[in-house]
Design a protein around this ligand. Structure first.
Ligand SMILES: [Zn+2]
Length: 364
């Protein structure tokens, strides 16, 4: 049972139609007029290849925006990526489907090539059955959705949930099969943020996913090296600046200010001194940060302390799904975002499927 404080009476109170911008996708079949607008917005940010100890080594003066998440929000430096795969697409697929990678309940997307996916390659085809997602859950409940990404491989999600491959909306009113209202891709994170800044000035999304690639790119080119100075640490500083740009848009625009949640995590870390993050047994690859910031989120709270019965700090391990009390995982992000929006869990999901990851202090 979810605490009442989590359940925003979104649809009933959906009387304010904030979004005035045109959809940027010419092929979108979404019926924008049917979209409800939530009392809140949720932005899920994945900073690709971000190690939590990079943030703490750089410190509050150097990465003030990550520290703002720590100071004003609830967080942990010891969340987990998927068990079997510490690479990009499998973990981002986990975030949006609420599943781990392998097994009967896994989403089963295991490859990671960087490419623009053709229209006949989808998550569903790989799985052999339709995979529900955070985009579908939000969109079917009348919410406006967007994905801003800095790697071409994220086209997999746009293709999987477009007007041809997304499932019919069975929850009246019919908001269409295209579950991602706006999809933007630019190869440089700075250009993605430029696009996002322009969008946030004229538009409001109820659920938005943003992908920032800089730490991963620096790690692959120059090694994951947390000594200061190093290209990797400079890239984390750059990611902090881009996060600051998002904070600025939230605060400069009355349509976002005071009603926006940030859920910030990553797909994987990276192995010290190496240019890769593939070894799924290496704690440096599977140890990741997880932050939640927004109205009612207790300042500086430890996410494990907020969830003493349902989540357990895994120490240096990455337990399997059937190995006792679970850690906080990046794959729980999608169901958390829907929970904040007052939308039920992603069907078929296994991570945070009870939407029992508490991010607010109990008030009743
Ligand atoms: Zn990655």
């Amino acid at each position: 049972m979810r605490p009442l404080a989590f359940t925003a009476p979104c649809v009933v109170l959906a009387i304010t139609m904030w979004y005035v911008g045109a959809q940027s996708k010419p092929d979108s079949s979404s019926v924008t007029g049917n979209h409800a607008s939530s009392p809140i917005s949720v932005i899920l940010i994945s900073v690709d290849g971000l190690r939590p100890d990079a943030i703490t080594k750089l410190g509050a003066n150097t990465v003030p925006n990550f520290y703002r998440l720590r100071r004003e929000g609830a967080f942990t430096d010891n969340a987990r990526s998927a068990k079997d795969y510490t690479i990009t697409l499998p973990n981002h697929t986990g975030m949006i489907t609420g599943r781990l990678v392998t097994g009967y309940d896994g989403h089963n997307w295991t490859t990671n090539r960087d490419t623009e996916f053709p229209p006949d390659v989808t998550l569903h085809k790989q799985k052999g059955s339709y995979l529900d997602s955070v985009f579908a859950g939000a969109h079917d409940h009348g919410f406006r959705t967007a994905l801003f990404a800095s790697k071409s491989k994220f086209s997999l999600f746009d293709v999987s949930y477009n007007s041809a491959n997304g499932a019919e909306d069975m929850i009246a009113p019919d908001n269409g099969r295209d579950k991602i209202d706006v999809f933007e891709f630019k190869n440089r994170s700075e250009n993605v943020i430029d696009k996002l800044e322009r969008a946030m000035k004229k538009d409001v999304f109820d659920f938005l996913m943003l992908h920032i690639r800089n730490p991963d790119t620096a790690g692959h080119v120059f090694k994951w090296n947390t000594e200061i100075p190093s290209p990797y640490m400079a890239s984390v500083r750059k990611a902090d600046e881009l996060l600051g740009d998002v904070f600025e848009q939230i605060e400069d625009n009355s349509t976002w200010k005071g009603r926006t949640y940030l859920v910030v995590t990553t797909d994987h870390g990276g192995a010290t001194g190496e240019k890769q993050h593939k070894a799924n047994q290496n704690p440096e690859n599977y140890t990741i940060p997880f932050f939640v910031w927004g109205p009612g989120i207790p300042a500086g709270a430890d996410l494990y302390a907020l969830n003493p019965e349902t989540r357990q700090d895994p120490g240096s391990q990455n337990p399997a799904l059937d190995e006792g009390v679970q850690p906080i995982r990046n794959a729980g992000a999608g169901n958390l975002c829907l929970d904040l929006l007052g939308v039920p869990a992603i069907s078929g999901s296994t991570v945070n499927a009870m939407q029992d990851l508490k991010v607010k202090a109990l008030t009743q």
